[in-house]
Design a protein around this ligand. Structure first.
Ligand SMILES: [Zn+2]
Length: 468
């Protein structure tokens, strides 16, 4: 007997967590934190419906917090076995998790100091120390498709998913599983990359499998046909006319590097003047280094830029603010400049301090370059709300609001179908649509039924399915 239980990433894009049980083994694939709506965030505080000590292994598809942010909590609850992931993922998890712990501590502290808490005192979900304990359990493996034994009778193999550095499809092979006890293969797409995005390689073709979990973030959408580089050029030129600042909320990992890469190209092609680019994130420098180090994941364009002795991830007038003092100095700058800061959905981090100054300024521009989940400050601004609450204070929104759709690190529905195509001759017994809000998951299910005629399902939160 084998089963899968959907403990996150079901009906939402956050909290990815899939419990896989097979004869003699129990493991968790992804261990993400819920973000966005309060009702979702509260799930982070509920005990999981399994004993963390009973898990044999944890396997991670990629480093984003919605896939890894619950690891420190799991470890604090007694999990002490290995956490398998690709080498690129391991590099990034080491950067992201301690920061997530620090952020939790800082926010609890802030709430306590400003009496913003109903809980007395407000506690962090976990600490930086818990995060470091989780990092000690990381077991990086190559993402070359070769299987690694991760638990008794369970092998995992990792292949490039093209979403961020290290992001992987994970194929689990469960010995003896299924009604005929011949074993079953489950493929987890993780987050699937957008084809032809800069820096990293495209997603590789999916291997044959019995069960498939495929993400559906953009299951009901197609990417904006405007090329992100053209959009960036247009927005920057408009900002120069107004002599206004440009604030780009962006994940420090992945999106920040991608934006810097494109601004460098625009400068080199003389499409924009050289402007101050300020990357205000303590993590960005470390993440940029990780992108530079993992040659096995860089695409051909990246390699050819390097061959001309140009560093692909730097513009001509760029500063990276790591310390708080460096960050504060950025407040004194005036005129057109580009500030890139995390978090990408404005759920926390330094971007909020910049937003307090940028949002009320009618000459300034805020540019959204990634998915904004329901309930986040980013989504509220995109929805046209005239005031948003930041650190307990209402801030008026008077600046220009721009969105670059084509920037997504996620495949849209046509790209997902393109990725699935190689499985047409050997379709999975069942395909589960995960990692999408309700409408997008449902839409993706329809697209797959219509184009491929497969057996598809949109699982609910907490649902358990037998792998027959
Ligand atoms: Zn992701």
């Amino acid at each position: 007997m084998a089963s899968i239980t959907f403990l996150g990433g079901a009906g939402t894009v956050t909290g990815s967590k899939y419990l896989v049980e097979s004869t003699g083994a129990r493991l968790l694939v992804d261990c993400g934190m819920f973000q966005g709506l309060k009702e979702l965030r509260e799930r982070n505080w509920q005990d999981p419906p399994f004993d963390p000590k009973s898990l044999d292994a944890v396997v991670i598809t990629h480093a984003h917090i919605d896939h890894t942010g619950y690891l420190p909590r799991l470890v604090a609850m007694g999990y002490s076995r290995p956490i398998y992931c690709s080498r690129g993922t391991s590099d990034l998890v080491k950067i992201l998790l301690p920061d997530a712990g620090r952020l939790q501590e800082e926010e609890a502290d802030y709430r306590n100091r400003h009496n913003l808490t109903k809980h007395d005192p407000a506690l962090p979900l976990y600490t930086e120390r818990d995060a470091r304990a989780a990092i000690d359990l990381l077991k990086p493996v190559p993402n070359d498709g070769n299987p690694v034994e991760v638990a008794n009778g369970v092998r995992a193999s990792f292949r490039i998913a093209g979403h961020i550095l290290g992001s992987s499809l994970v194929l689990l092979e469960l010995d003896g599983a299924g009604d005929d006890q011949k074993g079953r293969r489950i493929l987890f797409s993780g987050d699937l990359g957008h084809y032809d995005q800069p820096i990293i390689r495209d997603p590789v073709a999916p291997p044959a499998c019995d069960y498939l979990l495929v993400e559906s973030t953009y299951g009901d959408r197609l990417h904006d046909p405007e090329d992100p580089k053209d959009a960036l050029e247009r927005i920057i030129k408009d900002a120069i006319k107004r002599n206004g600042a440009v604030l780009i909320p962006a994940f420090a990992v992945g999106r920040t590097q991608e934006i810097v890469y494109l601004i460098r190209e625009l400068e080199e092609e003389n499409r924009i003047p050289v402007l101050p680019v300020r990357v205000d994130s303590p993590m960005a420098a470390a993440a940029t280094q990780a992108y530079g180090n993992r040659k096995e994941e860089q695409d051909e364009d990246y390699a050819s830029v390097l061959a001309h002795r140009v560093y692909p991830l730097r513009t001509r007038n760029m500063l990276t603010a790591s310390s708080r003092d460096e960050s504060k100095k950025l407040n004194d700058e005036r005129g057109t400049r580009i500030i890139i800061s995390a978090s990408g959905m404005m759920t926390g981090g330094r971007v909020l301090h910049h937003a307090q100054r940028i949002l009320p300024d009618e000459h300034a521009t805020i540019v959204f370059v990634g998915y904004q989940a329901a309930g986040t400050t980013g989504r509220r601004i995109l929805n046209g709300e005239k005031e948003v609450k930041i650190y307990g204070q209402w801030v008026p929104v008077r600046c220009h609001i721009e969105r670059i759709g084509g920037f997504s690190a996620h495949a849209d529905w046509k790209e997902i179908l393109r990725w699935l195509a190689p499985l047409q001759s050997t379709p999975p017994r069942k395909t589960f649509l995960t990692h999408g809000e309700e409408e997008s998951a449902a839409a993706m299910a329809e697209h797959i039924k219509e184009s491929l005629g497969w057996n598809v399902e949109v699982p609910e939160y907490g649902e358990k399915d037998e792998l027959k």
